[in-house]
Write a protein that binds this ligand. Structure first.
Ligand SMILES: Nc1ncnc2c1ncn2[C@@H]1O[C@H](COP(=O)(O)OP(=O)(O)OP(=O)(O)O)[C@@H](O)[C@H]1O
Ligand SMILES: [Mg+2]
Length: 459
């Protein structure tokens, strides 16, 4: 009997403890208990207060430690849990950042010790409250740790990529920059795995090849030509390269450049660790042949740029064009362009990758029909396929049926010679769809005067 009573008592105690836990969490009592516990601890310890003022006492110069500490404190997760926190906009309009409220106390721990920080905004200083017993043990390594973390955060912030475009209006400040947030990566692009890996390893070896280039007396730069019809992913590939390398992007619209020296000075204003993109080079070269005005960028100016005469180190240059036909081979020779990558229209394999990415389809009964049509030589660009898939994303069967219909319609038209696919011919029109990176960044309000499964990569 006694045994059963004991078991009953244990179960009852466990149940009550369980209820108490729920009560504490749900009602905020746990918070009050924690606070009381902290006050009790405060009574038992001797604390020391260290201040970090914003201005250095005698000189009234800015105290760099204050900035670094502020960066560190604002990155702490405990700032989210504290009673009062300010919400302000970050550097980007869409960022919301938490900042320390005056007299708000936040907690941090280091090497087993707990320290407290608060912001005395009237006197513009941060105050560190640290137990005397911990001070000798942790203060130096803790401050050192703060500086290291703060530098890392700053480094990361600086590496938030930016897209630079030419500001036609401002003669003094030619480059205008915006956050580069394009989500394209080599993983999200439907391109052959082999090509993807070759490009990635080429870029990786470029990153580590500074000494190698210099030993050979060459400028440490790499250049790519991406060519293929419209909508096959050339601009998306540039974005993927930037995200892979963590390089900023400078988008050069050759139509906005008036003279050779203009191009030169623009290049000299670019920073290392950047990709310089020249979209639709073929279009420019063809139009340039027609114009021949004196105040226009010359072919030799462009060739000098490609040769790296301006010595722009640590840059990757990317040219895009629809076709290499009728292009002066001088522009394409090795050294000026290191790697040529062809961007053809989709084949069945790229279609399957995109069906998997966009529709979550690995297999479907209509796939054999699609394969047959691709086998007959009919095709669509990645842009066309992705549009059809996105528009019908709620019904994969409908998506594939509409792709089949468009492919067949396209094939019939092409057989009867009604249309030629854009980009298969050397037709270059003003206001062409291919405004490249600017098209991607249409969201930016800045207006410029003009826009500006792969098969092979060959050295
Ligand atoms: N390989 C790909 N994988 C997945 N989607 C792709 C791929 N290529 C293109 N797309 C889709 O097509 C759209 C257009 O691609 P993008 O602008 O990169 O083509 P482009 O070759 O630069 O065209 P243009 O010559 O007209 O400038 C992209 O936004 C993307 O949605
Ligand atoms: Mg493009």
């Amino acid at each position: 009997m006694l045994f059963y009573n004991l078991i009953f008592l244990i179960i009852l105690i466990l149940f009550l403890l369980f209820l108490l836990r729920i009560l504490l969490f749900k009602t905020g009592l746990i918070y009050t208990v924690n606070k009381l516990w902290r006050i009790t601890q405060d009574w038992c310890h001797v604390y020391q207060f260290l201040t970090i003022p914003e201005l250095q006492n005698e000189t009234f110069h800015h105290n760099p430690l204050y900035t670094k500490l502020s960066r560190y404190l604002h990155s702490l997760s405990s700032i989210e849990d504290s009673d009062f926190t300010n919400l302000v906009n970050g550097k980007n309009e869409n960022d919301i950042v938490l900042t320390l409220n005056p007299n708000q106390i936040i907690q941090d721990s280091f090497l087993g010790a707990t320290v407290f920080w608060f912001n005395d905004s009237n006197l513009r200083k941060f105050v560190l409250k640290i137990r005397k017993v911990d001070k000798r043990r942790i203060l130096r390594p803790y401050l050192h740790y703060i500086l290291t973390v703060s530098d890392e955060i700053e480094e990361q912030r600086k590496r938030d990529l930016r897209l630079f475009i030419i500001d036609g209006g401002d003669r003094n400040q030619r480059w205008r920059s915006f956050p580069f947030t394009h989500p394209s990566t080599f993983e999200t692009m439907a391109i052959e795995t082999d090509l993807k890996n070759r490009v990635k390893s080429d870029l990786e070896s470029f990153l580590n090849a500074k000494q190698h280039y210099h030993r050979l007396g060459r400028v440490w730069k790499r250049s790519f030509l991406l060519y293929g019809p419209s909508g096959t992913g050339k601009s998306s590939f540039v974005a993927a390269m930037a995200n892979f390398l963590k390089y900023d992007v400078y988008d050069i619209d050759l139509f906005q450049i008036e003279t050779d020296s203009d191009l030169k000075s623009l290049l000299l204003e670019t920073k290392p660790k950047s990709i310089i993109v020249i979209e639709d080079l073929d279009q420019f070269l063809h139009e340039n042949e027609k114009r021949r005005t004196k105040t226009w960028l010359s072919s030799s100016g462009l060739l000098n740029f490609m040769d790296g005469i301006q010595s722009c180190e640590e840059r990757v240059t990317v040219f895009t064009m629809k076709t290499k036909e009728n292009i002066d081979p001088n522009f394409l020779r090795p050294g000026r362009v290191d790697i040529h990558i062809n961007f053809p229209l989709c084949n069945f394999s790229t279609f399957k990758t995109m069906a998997n990415n966009y529709l979550g389809l690995k297999e479907h009964k209509l796939f054999s029909q699609v394969e047959e049509i691709f086998g007959k030589g009919m095709s669509l660009s990645h842009a066309e396929l992705s549009e059809l898939m996105i528009a019908n994303r709620n019904s994969p069967s409908r998506a594939i049926r509409s792709i089949i219909a468009v492919l067949e319609m396209d094939g019939n038209r092409r057989r009867s010679g009604l249309i030629g696919r854009q980009g298969e011919h050397d037709e270059f029109q003003d206001g062409d769809e291919g405004e490249g990176l600017k098209k991607i960044y249409r969201v930016l309000s800045f207006k410029s005067t003009r826009g500006g499964g792969s098969s092979s990569a060959n050295n």
